[in-house]
Design a protein around this ligand. Sequence first.
Ligand SMILES: NC(=O)c1ccc[n+]([C@@H]2O[C@H](COP(=O)([O-])OP(=O)(O)OC[C@H]3O[C@@H](n4cnc5c(N)ncnc54)[C@H](O)[C@@H]3O)[C@@H](O)[C@H]2O)c1
Ligand SMILES: [Zn+2]
Length: 571
Amino acid sequence: MTQPATGAPVQQIVLVGLSGVGKSSVGKALAARLGWPLVDTDDLVTAREGKSPADLIVEQGEPAFREIEQRVIAEAAKQVPAVIATGGGAFQRAANRRSLGERGFICYLDAPATEVARRLRANPDVLVSPLLGQDIEARLEELDRERRPFYQHADLWVPVQGAPDEEAQTVEAAVARIIHAWTAEAAALPGNTRRLDRLGADQPARGPAAVVDTGDQRYPIWVGSGELRRLGDRLRQVGLDGRRVFLISDSHVIEQHGRTVAEALDAAGIPGASYVIPAGEQSKTQRIAAELYAWLAAEKAERRDVIVALGGGVVGDLAGYVAATYLRGMPVVQLPTSMLAMNDAAIGGKVAVDLPQGKNLVGAFHQPTAVISDIDVLRTLPRRSYVEGFAEVIKHALILDPALLKTLEENAANLSSGGPDWDLVAEVVARSSRLKALVVSSDPKEQGLRAILNYGHTIGHGIEQATGYRDYMHGEAVSVGMMGAAKISQAMGLIDQSVVDRQADLLRSFGLPLVAPDVNTTVIMDAMTRDKKVEQGRLRFVLLQGVGHAIVRGDVSGELVSRTVASLVRG
Ligand SMILES: NC(=O)c1ccc[n+]([C@@H]2O[C@H](COP(=O)([O-])OP(=O)(O)OC[C@H]3O[C@@H](n4cnc5c(N)ncnc54)[C@H](O)[C@@H]3O)[C@@H](O)[C@H]2O)c1
Ligand SMILES: [Zn+2]
């Protein structure tokens, strides 16, 4: 097919993703907005064959259905203008990817499998495919794992994660994001032959573990073994080659991993300089930031150069803050080296330094250009830090992902041991990163959904402050805080005791604390009411409504909070 190399974008948008993720509702809204027809390939199959895809699969088997589907897709892909919603499995076939890519701007709608299952159950109109079988959730998980590598090759990744009672807004946000990206990017697609080759390849290359897409910025998160050695390639992949690298790290990390990074940059012929700060939270200050500014000025760093943060959350927050402010903003690449930074701090663009008056009081939102998590570096992380980082992983599982929760429960002993199965660790970090990416993408500036990430943090921060940030590491305090939040959820009738016990068992099996003995309740309560999460004098709590389902509530009584905190500190 010939296409104009430039000019107006071709008027075709293709939606791919698991069945039930919302392709029809987003497709309908999108088609209405653009005034284009909506072509649903499953409906076309039904019209053509007189039988639904579900019936065809049952009667003739999946391979026969896929042949019919391929013919239908080849035809649908010729229609312009059109919004094309495809069946969940269609994008697995190279031939389909190629024909959809000819004219279409391909958008991948993504939500966690649990959320998709919930939507399927809540929507009796949707015909559940026989491929999903009895245990819908488990099967969706499997399909997600199988198909995600293909979906990741779409032109745009669109998270459609949202609160169940805000479905209309979620659809609206997805539509706005798609139209915005299509307008900006679609005109360049037809001339891009490498894209079509990639789409049409039988075994497309493995994509990143996750993508953050805030609507304005899009960046990959790579997770795996040997990532630091691939740093040159990764910088090239995000268009940062040919720049100078300003590496910021701390005294512990540079000793263990500085050399790997230096060698990777050397091998790729990337010039640069490095600055090492003393390890520890006391370096996350404006004074050290000022040292870094002076260093960048002396080195004549330019706005097009790149800051690379190699370290835990302290280095990531500080280097990110410097990158956000120096020359009014430079690109930053995060190379998180602690479990906490990989799963939490490095993703999402919150950067800050501390003031004597409090932690993280001066900061900005500054998204990185890439996050590169090399699992190998975790081998040198002190054990307590390693375990502490799992608190955030467990949090992600509790609020969003029952399947991850199960994986953690089944492998707690292995994962928390001194010699874990590192492939499994990589899988868990990838999955947890994806959850954070999904939430951040839906709500980059923390105006709504992102608040659920504070599960366990209201009481957790109270404990950290009450103990002067000395006795409890962040994840440990959050672990106790999650027990508080679960108990409050139970007292308010949102979950039953079995969920509280399940959470407790999991935290305990990782060696995380459930109580904070000997901390004074009043001091914690005072600290909590001074915290940022207080809105007009009311404490806002993230509570569990079930495993994988969190809600924000502002109506928890002060009496229940202090009773709960008292139960945590008595031990
Ligand atoms: N920006 C965000 O969204 C966000 C989220 C959570 C936490 N944070 C911030 O993150 C910080 C805490 O992060 P952290 O726990 O990573 O602390 P950290 O950066 O101080 O790292 C902990 C310790 O481990 C060492 N270390 C790190 N990686 C290592 C490795 N691979 N091998 C050996 N030693 C290693 C560090 O040198 C340090 O001594 C806090 O300042 C917190 O405010 C930010
Ligand atoms: Zn946290």
